[in-house]
Design a protein around this ligand. Structure first.
Ligand SMILES: [Zn+2]
Ligand SMILES: [Zn+2]
Length: 152
């Protein structure tokens, strides 16, 4: 892990790598924050995933759908990156992460009144096509590379 961070910061001098309380990419400070844990196998995958967000220039997004799209892009990029470092990212892990996002999106976009799938109005509201009900959602956050527990 240390080794990988050293290699990445050498290769991408424009990206800062700093220890944080979790893994995430901060576009404001051009920093990839990473967690130090005891040899967790998925750590290097997550680090590459966050680095991919950085390389793709991901900033803020307006809708949940946009966020899910960014996650998808970051994983595809991470899969290309990992070859340079002799790392293989488990496809099942990626699918699990993406599934969590899809489940989460599904939950948020389903009308609580009539169960119809709907589109997002703005960053914090959805409106149902069918019954016109409007509901508020918490602002979505980039980067939950772990399997989410889906709660509403
Ligand atoms: Zn409805
Ligand atoms: Zn991400």
């Amino acid at each position: 892990m240390k080794n990988l961070i050293a290699k990445l910061s050498y290769r991408y001098p424009n990206i800062n790598f700093k220890i944080g309380d979790k893994f995430y990419w901060s576009p404001e400070s051009s920093t990839v924050f990473y967690e130090i844990s005891d040899s967790n196998q998925t750590d290097s995958w997550t680090l590459l995933h966050e680095t991919a967000h950085a390389l793709l220039g991901h900033k803020n997004y307006k809708t949940d759908l946009e966020l899910v799209k960014m996650e998808l892009e970051a994983w595809s990029k991470a899969k290309l990156l990992c070859r340079d470092y002799d790392i293989t990212i488990d496809n099942d892990y990626i699918e699990d992460c993406l599934d969590s996002y899809r489940d989460w999106l599904h939950q948020r976009s389903t009308c609580p009144m009539c169960n119809m799938r709907s589109l997002q109005n703005d960053s914090s509201h959805y409106q149902c096509f069918n019954c016109k009900h409007i509901w508020k959602v918490s602002t979505s956050r980039m980067c939950r590379p772990y399997r989410l527990s889906v709660t509403k």
